[in-house]
Design a binder for this molecule. Structure first.
Ligand SMILES: *Cc1c(COP(=O)(O)O)cnc(C)c1O
Length: 432
């Protein structure tokens, strides 16, 4: 049997004409669990993590998986077991980490809009650090901590004003967006924070954007962060850790982001050169750990050839795969069972009543009604962004480990969707 790997996808391959994730046959998984179905490779996630770990050998680094990329408990558990900490952006995410067995002390809490209730719960849980994003938030966190008789560990997120050269919606480190403290105000903000009795300053952090495919923005951000650390420490405020955030991109369609290991060799060389080699580090990768480990398997419902365009209507939609509609994002789409017939060009669309419900434009595929397709690179920012629009049940998720498969999320039911709703008066059927 010939084996044929897909570009950028070391754990997904055709054996003969059938697509496999590790040793699991995708047609069989779709048969067993139905479609649309998210399928993840455990080995792929661990390999992505290992690339960072290799880059950090001999250093003091905490890798905090940013679980907004994929916050399913089974995925969190895998990273907790592999020794990761976590970057959370809500109390909901914090609750998930604890439910999956993650350690509170390895959680960092990011985000521009933490509520008092979230701060209180996070302090009581004993999280490792708050990444504070504004001066107003520092005041509130100070108050909340004092009301509990504690000190909140804090790091201040700074906006280094570097252009990550990515999509504007996922660029976060430039002037004029809502994240972090402006470069010019950082030193005085640290001095102010150091004077607040409810806060204990731990570090400095930045996160410049997402799907970054070049080294330069990271090197620039590191340079600017180190300048700030020097300026802050010159005022007598020690900075224990430096957190460079996440954002490393993946290959969706031939992009060539730096490999985590190589990128960190360069970043660490810069740290060493500037005398910060012994400083503790943190990073917050999300997409680069899970994005290419996942796919969404979908069934072709109808072929609808037209005069101008041919539509291929599949059973996954923008509620399952929101990235194309949100960011004009590209996902490779490949057949689960390859056909030898010549291909045609299709607009791959979902069943939702929106023209924005598309999954791929102008894709060359040889397909028939009832075939299965795999939408690749769907491990990050798909299921975690999924919705119930059009009262569609959210998909099931399977984690593949060699030949073993674990159902890590059951397909939602209509009863699940309606559970929290109330009619204003009883229906006739209920009265009877
Ligand atoms: C989203 C986010 C991350 C992770 O970004 P990726 O692009 O998925 O690596 C890390 N840190 C913060 C603060 C974030 O908001």
């Amino acid at each position: 049997m010939s084996s044929n790997r897909l570009p950028g996808q070391p754990y997904i391959a055709y054996h003969g004409d059938e697509l496999f994730v590790e040793e699991a046959n995708l047609s069989a998984l779709a048969q067993q669990f139905g479609t649309p179905l998210f399928v993840y490779s455990k080995a792929s996630m661990l390999a992505a993590l290992a690339a960072y770990q290799r880059g950090f050998v001999g250093r003091q680094v905490q890798i905090c998986y940013a679980l907004k990329a994929n916050s399913t408990l089974g995925v969190i558990q895998l990273f907790a077991q592999a020794g990761c900490g976590f970057d959370v952006v809500s109390l909901g995410e914090l609750t998930r980490v604890l439910a999956a067995g993650g350690q509170a002390s390895r959680i960092i809490f990011s985000g521009v809009g933490k509520t008092r209730a979230e701060m209180r719960a996070a302090l009581q849980a004993g999280i490792g650090c708050f990444n504070v994003e504004s001066e107003a938030e520092l005041e509130v966190l100070n108050e909340v901590a004092l009301s509990l008789g504690r000190q909140a560990p804090v790091s201040i997120r700074v906006n280094p004003n570097v252009d990550p050269q990515t999509h504007p919606y996922i660029s976060t480190g430039l002037k004029g967006n809502k994240f972090g403290i402006a470069h010019e105000r950082v030193v005085q903000t640290y001095q102010h924070a150091a004077a607040l009795p409810g806060l204990s300053i731990q570090g400095i952090d930045c996160h410049i954007g997402s799907q970054i495919t070049q080294e330069a923005p990271y090197l620039d951000a590191m340079e600017r962060l180190l300048d700030l650390v020097q300026a802050i420490e010159a005022t007598g405020v020690p900075i224990h850790h430096i957190d460079l955030g996440g954002g490393l991109g993946i290959d969706y369609n031939g992009e060539t982001p730096p490999e985590a290991e190589q990128l960190w060799h360069k970043l660490l060389a810069k740290l060493d050169a500037r005398g910060f080699g012994k400083r503790s580090l943190m990073i917050e990768p999300g997409r680069s750990l899970v994005g290419n480990a996942g796919m969404c398997v979908t069934e072709v419902l109808y072929l609808k050839p037209g005069e101008q365009k041919n539509f291929l209507i599949v059973d996954a939609a923008m509620n399952d795969l929101p990235r194309p509609a949100m960011y004009q994002a590209y996902h490779r789409i490949v057949p689960v069972k390859a056909r030898s017939a010549p291909s045609e060009t299709w607009e791959v669309v979902g069943p939702i009543c929106e023209s924005g419900d598309w999954i791929g434009h102008e894709r060359d595929l040889s397909v028939q009604q009832g075939d299965l397709l795999a939408v690749l690179s769907a491990g990050a920012y798909c299921m975690s962004m999924a919705s119930n629009y059009n009262t569609r049940n959210r998909a099931a998720e399977v984690l593949v480990d060699g030949a073993q498969t674990h159902l890590i999320r059951e397909r939602e039911s209509y009863a699940d969707q309606m559970r929290l709703e109330h009619l204003t008066v009883a229906t006739d059927a209920q009265k009877r």
